[in-house]
Design a protein around this ligand. Structure first.
Ligand code: NIG
Ligand code: FE
Length: 427
């Protein structure tokens, strides 16, 4: 990415939300509500880094002699936030599954479709068939849309290859996108996304392949930082999931888990037991699992768009925050259970379906999301020294962002100090 040499001075936002104070540890409980807001706020960016944050008066005073050097963005009447962070996506895949959407609207369930060879299996077939170039161009389109919705970093999982070669193909596409696209990508290996149909009769053999062949090779090639597993009845048992996540840890891959999405299956408990970085979904998590996650500081990555799209009851975000679990929020962008890139819409659903406040969802989509992908030292807040990733919304305050739902309010996005979205369009 080209670095802007001229300083960039974003001036006079009606609200500048900094998320200050959450970089060491994720925000929990009441901290998620008490976010830092500067009225008439300004921020000085230079060499791709945030240099100074404060009221417009303070910054004009501090940079009096250098104002002429900088490019200026007038943010008056607008909301300035840290670039949004999406900590759970299945970005790299081929094809769509609108046929299954139609079947579900007529009563078929997500799991029935998957058990009949559709669902993840259908996308696996399409992704195995696609060459690198096709996967790259389909995924790049989605990444452009993420950026247009204010997202500057996404986590991306493999898991639609389910052979070593095809998993590596997905991870290499993610790596190339990271290198070439303004949005940063953090990769997760998810070879244990489904038991491929070739191993239907012998799932443990597939688990062995994930552990003995895939994990070591992915780690050796440094293609992922995290290891994720779909722990769900009929997919991977808690015992298999534990083996897979522990094997990843031995190779330096940090554990994440798709937990208690469709049925209660003690996924939250497992996440706490092994010290996972995050447990994601948690629609059916038990009270005991939630308590254990709070104790161990496991981040709950909540995906209310998935519940909405699967017509299921959302995770109880309110209960988790009140129990002291650090909560992050994400699109789960994937072709089956949540084909969206609109993190702002997911934030609206966080308010409407999970009992979270506008301040809490903003914390969940910035600093806590950064923690869920181990990037809170660099992104997720507007503080001196952090990467200059900033989103500017054409709304006067952060409550209006949640209240006027279903509309893309993104006006400007700055990535690494460079303006990459301007007037709602890719720059
Ligand atoms: O997070 N639950 C497993 N994985 C995805 C769905 C993947 C798909 O349906 O293609 C999820 O919901
Ligand atoms: Fe997912």
């Amino acid at each position: 990415m080209t670095k802007q040499t001229k300083p960039l001075f974003i001036r006079n936002a009606s609200q500048l939300v900094t998320m200050e104070g959450g970089s060491e540890a994720p925000l929990v409980g009441k901290q998620m509500e008490q976010i830092q807001v500067i009225e008439n706020g300004s921020v000085w960016l230079e060499d791709g880094v945030i240099r100074s944050v404060g009221s417009d008066e303070e910054l004009v005073e501090a940079y009096r002699d250098r104002l002429g050097e900088a490019d200026i963005i007038d943010a008056s009447g607008k909301l300035v936030t840290p670039g949004l962070v999406d900590p759970h996506t299945h970005l790299v895949h081929a094809g769509t599954r609108e046929n299954e959407f139609n079947m579900r609207l007529q009563g078929a369930t997500y799991m029935e479709i998957m058990n009949n060879g559709g669902g993840i299996h259908a996308t696996t077939t399409a992704t195995r068939k696609a060459d690198h170039q096709q996967l790259f161009s389909e995924s790049k389109k989605r990444l452009d849309l993420f950026l247009l919705h204010g997202v500057t970093t996404v986590e991306a999982k493999s898991g639609y290859g389910l052979t070593l070669e095809a998993e590596i193909k997905q991870l290499e596409v993610a790596k190339q996108l990271h290198e070439q696209h303004p949005v940063d990508i953090v990769s997760t290996f998810m070879g244990a996304h489904a038991v491929p149909r070739e191993y239907k009769e012998n799932p443990d053999r597939f688990v062995d392949i994930v552990i003995d062949e895939m994990i070591p090779e992915v780690a050796r090639r440094r293609l992922a930082e995290f290891n994720d597993v779909f722990c769900e009845r009929g997919v991977f048992t808690p015992e298999q999931s534990k083996r897979i996540l522990e094997a990843g840890m031995k190779h330096g891959l940090l554990p994440k888990i798709h937990a208690d999405e469709i049925e209660p299956y003690e996924g939250a408990e497992l996440a706490a037991e092994i010290g996972a970085v995050s447990a994601d979904h948690l629609l059916r998590a038990s009270d005991n699992g939630i308590r254990m996650m709070a104790e161990k500081g496991v981040i709950a990555v909540l995906l209310p768009g998935t519940a909405f799209f699967l017509m299921a009851e959302s995770a109880n975000g309110r209960k988790m925050i009140d129990a002291g679990v650090p909560v992050a929020i994400s699109t789960d962008c994937n072709p089956g259970s949540s084909p969206t890139v609109s993190l702002p819409l997911i934030m609206n659903l966080g308010c409407l379906k999970m009992g979270m406040t506008p301040a809490e969802v903003l914390a969940a989509a910035t600093i806590n999301a950064a923690h869920a992908i181990k990037r809170a030292d660099r992104i997720g807040s507007i503080e001196p020294g952090k990467q200059a990733d900033i989103t500017i919304f054409d709304v006067p305050n952060y409550m209006v962002l949640q209240y006027r739902y279903g509309v893309n309010h993104v006006h400007t996005v700055v990535k690494g100090g460079v303006k990459v979205v301007d007037g709602g369009r890719l720059a």
